[in-house]
Design a protein around this ligand. Structure first.
Ligand code: GLP
Length: 239
C-alpha cells in the first residue's frame, strides 16, 4: 500500500502508475472510475499529456460503471464525467472511447457487447478503481460473487443514499447500475485501487485485515497477482 499525504502527492503517485503502464504499452486498455477520488489523477494526466511527458492518444478507454436509465449526454451520467475530466480535455479519438450506455435499450446486449469489445482488444491492461463506503468497487455491491462479469445490479440502500447526498439537486436516485464484474477486475493485468476520504475507513479496514470476503468486494484484490493500493492519508485522522 502506497500512502500519500496530500491530494497533490496522491494524484502524482496515481498518475505515475498510469503513465508507466502507458509507457510500456501506449495502446493500453484502461478501465477507469468516476467519483471524487480520481479527479486529481485525471487532472494530473491531462497536465502531463499537455506537457508531452505522457500520452493517452493510443489508449483505449472504458469506464467501470454507469447508472441505468441515464443517457451518455446526461450531466449526471458517469459517461459525462469521464468525457469532461479526461477524454474531452485530451481530445481523444471517439473510436478509442467506449463507455457503458445507461440508456441502452437492451442491457444484456449492452453488457455482452462491452465484454466483446474489451476481449477484442486483448482484455484490460489496467483497471483503476475507487472505493465505495460499503467496500464496493465499481457497482459490485457487498455479496457480489468473485466470478461476476459485466451486468446490471441493484444498488444498495447505502449506495443510493450516497448518490442522493452527492447530487447537486433533487432528482430520482437510480435503483440499478451497469458494472464491470469482479471477475473482470481480477482478469485485468494490473489493478489500482485508490482510497481517499474519511468515509472509507471501514472499507479500508476490511482490506487491511487481509481476508478475502465478498461482504467487502474490494478484498477481491487480495487475490489479484498485480494490485496496487494508493491511499490519501488525511492529516490528523486516526488510522
Ligand atoms: C460510486 C462509483 C464507484 C466509486 C465510488 C466512490 O459508487 N460507482 O465506482 O468508486 O462511487 O466514489 P468517491 O470517489 O466519490 O468516493
Amino acid at each position: 500500500m502506497i500512502r500519500t499525504h496530500t491530494p497533490a502527492e496522491f494524484a502524482r503517485a496515481s498518475a505515475d502508475l498510469v503513465a508507466a503502464q502507458l509507457k510500456s504499452k501506449p495502446r493500453s486498455v484502461l478501465a477507469l472510475p468516476t467519483g471524487s477520488t480520481p479527479l486529481g489523477l485525471y487532472a494530473e494526466l491531462v497536465r502531463r499529456a499537455r506537457g508531452g511527458s505522457t500520452s493517452l492518444a493510443e489508449a483505449r478507454i472504458f469506464d467501470l460503471d454507469e447508472y441505468c436509465g441515464r443517457p451518455a449526454g446526461d450531466p449526471c451520467s458517469y459517461a459525462t464525467f469521464i468525457r469532461d475530466q479526461l477524454t474531452k480535455p485530451l481530445a481523444l479519438a471517439e473510436d478509442h472511447v467506449r463507455l457503458l450506455r445507461g440508456d441502452a435499450p437492451d442491457f444484456a446486449a449492452e453488457c455482452e457487447d462491452y465484454e466483446k469489445t474489451i476481449a477484442g482488444l486483448g482484455g484490460i491492461d489496467l483497471c483503476v478503481l475507487g472505493l465505495g463506503e460499503n467496500g464496493h468497487i465499481a457497482f459490485n455491491e457487498p455479496g457480489s460473487a468473485w466470478d461476476t462479469r459485466t451486468r446490471v445490479v441493484e444498488l444498495s440502500e447505502s449506495t443510493r443514499a450516497r448518490i442522493d447526498a452527492d447530487a447537486d439537486g433533487p432528482r430520482p436516485v437510480p435503483t440499478h447500475g451497469l458494472t464491470l464484474g469482479i471477475q473482470n477486475v481480477l482478469e485485468a493485468r494490473q489493478a489500482l485501487l485508490l482510497i481517499s476520504g474519511p468515509r472509507k475507513l471501514a472499507a479500508k479496514a476490511a482490506f487491511v485485515r487481509g481476508v478475502q470476503d465478498p461482504a467487502w468486494p474490494a478484498t477481491c484484490l487480495l487475490r489479484h497477482p498485480s494490485a496496487t493500493v494508493i491511499e490519501l492519508v488525511e492529516p490528523g485522522r486516526f488510522r
